[in-house]
Unconditional design. Sequence first.
Length: 85
Amino acid sequence: MSAKKILKICGGIIVFLTLPTLLFFGYLYFKYDEDLPQGTPSKAADVVAQNMLDALDYEAYKKQIILNGHLVSVIILNGKKVKIL
């Protein structure tokens, strides 16, 4: 087989796979595209948000340091090594 024929086959395969995919996702985009919902700020929403932060212990989370390396992950909490993964 010549190089020209191989390139033609590879190009045909790429077009065969990408064109229908782009058309399909374009169709889905235009069919299901909607505006984002607009929220209204309220006291109840603030209470729920504060309860979520309390449940997560957000202050302790902000103090936590996570160091990620190629092979090792180290979690440091309040200046002490807690976990080496």
